[in-house]
Design a protein around this ligand. Structure first.
Ligand code: FPP
Length: 243
């Protein structure tokens, strides 16, 4: 099991990709893959909580996923609602603090209600900060922040020269959370797909060939071990032995 005390990441963000291909490889419909993906997500959340990871952010539904066929979108909505209803008490029992990032305006009232209920129930918990990106897109999040700042400048409450990186970061959906240390994408694709573009500026990027439904706790541990071996320089030069 990963030992986070020894230089492990404080915040891991995951693109859970490959459900559809996992199902196709088994001659089954995509929904079969998404259901298996939901079980894999639960196992990773429980493992993250067990190893004491401070923060985990999962990309469950992007702003672009609305363009999928209506039948797949409704299956994903059903799965998300069902998973939340079923697992919320367990997340709470483990002390996880749940937060949803993204535009929830297009989700059904049932799902929105469950999201708010989950956030309210777990708001004061001190365990794993579990962020689930739903209807999320990093460009949309950044655009929202720019608009808010522009409106404040126009209203005379903020000077343009006082806009800086810290002010922008604080207003992003993940706001006050520590920066993402480790990004994981499963399923073999090597791209960011509009996920946390600002927050990943100095993040270590780990790409796994494994389809999400097969990505288990041991795979997360392997990613964390890989992370521990990275030398993070944040734009500086490598540490000199004689300095
Ligand atoms: C990408 O696979 C996966 C999704 C769009 C859905 C991810 C959602 C889950 C795994 C459910 C998670 C549930 C909770 C509560 C966190 P894909 O369909 O793009 O796969 P493909 O690239 O092989 O087609």
């Amino acid at each position: 099991m990963a030992d986070l005390a020894a230089g492990g990441p404080q915040h891991v963000a995951i693109i859970m990709d490959g459900n559809g291909r996992w199902a196709r490889a088994r001659g089954r419909p995509r929904g079969f893959g998404h259901r298996a993906g939901g079980r894999a997500a639960r196992a990773i959340i429980e493992h993250a909580s067990d190893i004491g990871l401070p923060a985990l952010t999962l990309y469950a539904f992007s702003s672009e996923n609305w363009r999928r066929p209506a039948s797949e979108v409704s299956l994903l909505m059903e799965l998300l609602l069902g998973t939340l209803r079923k697992e919320l008490n367990e997340f709470h029992r483990r002390g996880a603090r749940l937060r949803f990032i993204g535009d929830r305006s297009r989700f059904s009232p049932d799902l929105r209600e469950e999201m708010s209920r989950g956030e309210a129930l777990t708001a004061t918990n001190a365990g794993l900060c579990l962020n689930i990106a739903l209807g999320y897109g990093a460009q949309q999040d950044l655009t929202r922040v720019m608009r808010e700042l522009a409106a404040e400048v126009a209203a005379g409450r903020l000077r343009a020269e006082d806009i800086n990186e810290a002010r922008i970061a604080a207003r992003l959906a993940l706001g006050e959370l520590p920066d993402v240390d480790l990004f994981v994408r499963t399923g073999g694709e090597v791209r960011l797909s509009n996920f946390l573009l600002w927050e990943l500026a100095y993040t270590e990027l780990y790409f796994s060939q494994t389809y999400w439904p097969d990505f288990g706790p041991a795979d997360l541990d392997a990613a964390i071990d890989w992370y521990r071996g990275r030398e993070r320089r944040f734009g500086m030069v490598e540490a000199s032995a004689c300095s």
